[in-house]
Design a protein around this ligand. Structure first.
Ligand SMILES: [Zn+2]
Length: 464
């Protein structure tokens, strides 16, 4: 997630303090026990895993309402029998359980394959009890009807004029690991999302007047009268997002072979669209070289003038775009930091936000010398590695994840040397490719590439 215009600034001795990128992200220490070599075999690993989502939705005349059926199959990776799963309805985050006249925007019904419990966590979680405990290695599936009503606000799940944004609209399964079920609350300050790499096969039936960018590789064919079927297949992604509207479009292929598809509303600055297309193509190839080749083949840039900041989803980013461009480089960096290398965004937002913003600063050649300042930190409790629970209670400090965070990583680069830092990031990405990382994992990886004791470095930079 990201915000304000300073993302493309090449000037300034320090990273712009008001940058306040409202970019989002986090990680958890939850999976640590499962990833420490020699950990007991009975330590609960992240589950349910090897998820596959099969979804078919039909839109109304303007893409405001989508209804259909969703099936999720999965395996139990844990030694412990799996007795239940939780479906996260993140699209209800802003509206909660709704009101008698205005129900929650995401509704699930006719649950099959298990028994639905009540909605919890302000109507963002639904427990489904399995008919019998699922043994380790066994697979099963649940299915349900889903109804999505796009809210009136301009947001990741919202609308702008004739354009609909469906980020976090599709229900996804929560993760269970050594910390138990991750049922963290939705926060508007940042992001709470945590999910495992999954397969998605999604069929979207919509009026032909609407273009529908979506996660994954997509293709279209004629549907019923005046309608089009957009199909998408996405491999090893953590989420699925789409948009709908009378977009203008253009497609280019990067020198590295990634298809960059641009979608913009007619009111979007033509100069901004040009900048986004240029920087988007350059960024996806550059980060592919730095962190490992972009594996999804295609990325969609969805641009409008009124969207606030940027929002990242696998293979699709929403970009509020002015004549100065957008946070396109930051959001594309998230394809690696959050997307390919996953993290619990509620537990450790810095693991995706600070890393994406560090990549952004390097892309634009920002001067990061002396940009770390102890004066930015209001108390001993404030740490770069704090969870969203802390940042949601101290929203005025959350910008530190975007401002001080990349400064800390730039200082680490100077401490290790540029070549060693580059090798560290590439190896770290490789070791957690399609998996989940934690702060402890990153610290361990960094310590492994240097003879220097990094303990004082972590302490000074509030990496705990
Ligand atoms: Zn971000």
């Amino acid at each position: 997630m990201s915000s304000l215009p300073a993302w493309s600034s090449r000037t300034g001795r320090r990273l712009p303090a008001l940058l306040l990128a409202l970019l989002l992200g986090a990680s958890s220490t939850a999976a640590e026990a499962a990833t420490v070599p020699g950990a007991k075999a009975s330590a609960p690993v992240a589950t349910p895993d090897r998820l596959r989502y099969d979804v078919s939705l039909r839109a109304d005349a303007d893409g405001s309402r989508w209804t259909g059926r969703q099936r999720v199959s999965f395996r139990n990776a844990s030694d412990r029998p799996l007795r239940e799963v939780y479906v996260r309805l993140w699209g209800n985050g802003e509206d909660g359980c709704g009101t008698p006249g205005k129900p929650s925007p995401i509704r699930v019904s006719k649950v099959g394959g298990g028994t639905a419990g009540g909605l919890t966590v302000n109507c963002t979680a639904l427990r489904i009890g399995l008919p019998k405990p699922l043994a380790r290695g066994a697979r099963t599936a649940v299915a349900f009807d889903v109804s999505v009503t796009v809210p009136a606000r301009n947001n990741r799940f919202g609308r702008e004029g004739a354009f609909r944004f469906l980020g976090n609209a599709l229900p996804v399964l929560a993760v269970h690991d050594a910390k138990g079920w991750h049922l963290d609350p939705y926060v508007s300050t940042g992001e709470s999302f945590y999910s495992l790499a999954s397969e998605f096969r999604v069929r979207l039936d919509h009026p032909s007047a609407l273009k529908v960018p979506a996660t994954g590789r997509t293709w279209t064919r004629p549907g019923g009268h005046g309608r089009t079927i957009t199909r998408s297949v996405a491999h090893r992604v953590r989420d699925f997002a789409w948009a709908a509207g009378p977009f203008r479009t253009a497609t280019e292929t990067s020198p590295g072979g990634v298809r960059v598809k641009s979608y913009w509303s007619p009111g979007t600055s033509a100069g901004g669209v040009r900048l986004n297309r240029r920087d988007g193509v350059a960024a996806v190839d550059r980060f592919g070289k730095e962190f490992g080749r972009y594996p999804y083949g295609e990325i969609d840039l969805v641009m409008t003038s009124g969207f606030g900041g940027g929002r990242e989803y696998p293979g699709l980013v929403f970009l509020g775009t002015t004549e100065e461009g957008s946070a396109v480089v930051h959001e594309i960096a998230h394809q690696w930091w959050y997307g390919i290398v996953g993290n619990d965004e509620y537990a450790s937002p810095w693991l995706d936000e600070s890393f994406a913003q560090y990549a952004n600063a390097r892309f634009y050649g920002w001067d990061t010398r002396d940009c770390w300042s102890e004066d930015d930190w209001p108390s001993d409790r404030a740490a770069l590695t704090n969870s969203m629970a802390y940042w949601a209670a101290h929203p005025g400090e959350y910008h530190l994840v975007y401002t001080a965070g990349p400064c800390a990583l730039a200082d680490l680069e100077r401490t290790l040397g540029a070549g060693t830092m580059a090798r560290l990031l590439k190896r770290y990405a490789h070791d957690h490719w399609y998996g989940v990382s934690t702060t402890a994992d990153f610290k361990k990886a960094a310590q492994s590439v240097t003879a220097k004791d990094l303990t004082p470095f972590w302490k000074r930079h509030r990496i705990r």
